[in-house]
Design a protein around this ligand. Structure first.
Ligand code: ZN
Length: 148
């Protein structure tokens, strides 16, 4: 199995069996994102505590890339501090080359890998789909800004 096949399997697995799908009741932060180019919609709800994101859930419709990215993202951010989430967001955007240049993140730091999210790097070959992968991350930034 090639790396690309493996990535495709990971994306399809998240698409077919999404993690943390739904909406939290009485969330501390909520944001909606839309990608009209593809018809993707994401609603993200977050529960925050003093440490950072205590829980997260997403709902929405759209292509496999957008939904899988949302599933992977919720899995990656739950239990993380806002600093760690910021770091993760920069890593993700750097991997997708949405952000230019290296943010100076130490790749060898334990626990700092992107995990399943790395499967999305194949998407950057298809610029029109990058917005699909980025959609939940835009909603995340909005939700966190709204929460202050
Ligand atoms: Zn899409």
């Amino acid at each position: 199995m090639s790396v690309e096949d493996l990535y495709r399997e990971v994306i399809l697995d998240h698409y077919r069996n999404p993690r943390h799908r739904g909406e939290l009741s009485d969330p501390d932060a909520r944001a909606e994102g839309q990608n009209p180019l593809c018809g993707d919609e994401i609603t993200l709800t977050l529960r925050l505590d003093a440490e950072g994101v205590a829980d997260a859930a997403f709902s929405g419709t759209g292509c496999s890339i957008s939904q899988a990215s949302a599933s992977m993202m919720t899995e990656a951010i739950i239990g993380k501090s806002l600093g760690q989430i910021n770091d993760l967001t920069h890593r993700f955007k750097a991997m997708m080359t949405i952000e230019e240049g290296d943010s100076g993140v130490d790749e060898s730091r334990p626990g700092s890998t992107l995990g399943d999210l790395e499967a999305l790097q194949g998407v950057r070959k298809f610029p029109v789909r990058i917005k699909c992968a980025d959609l939940p991350w835009v909603a995340l930034q909005e939700a966190l800004e709204e929460a202050g």
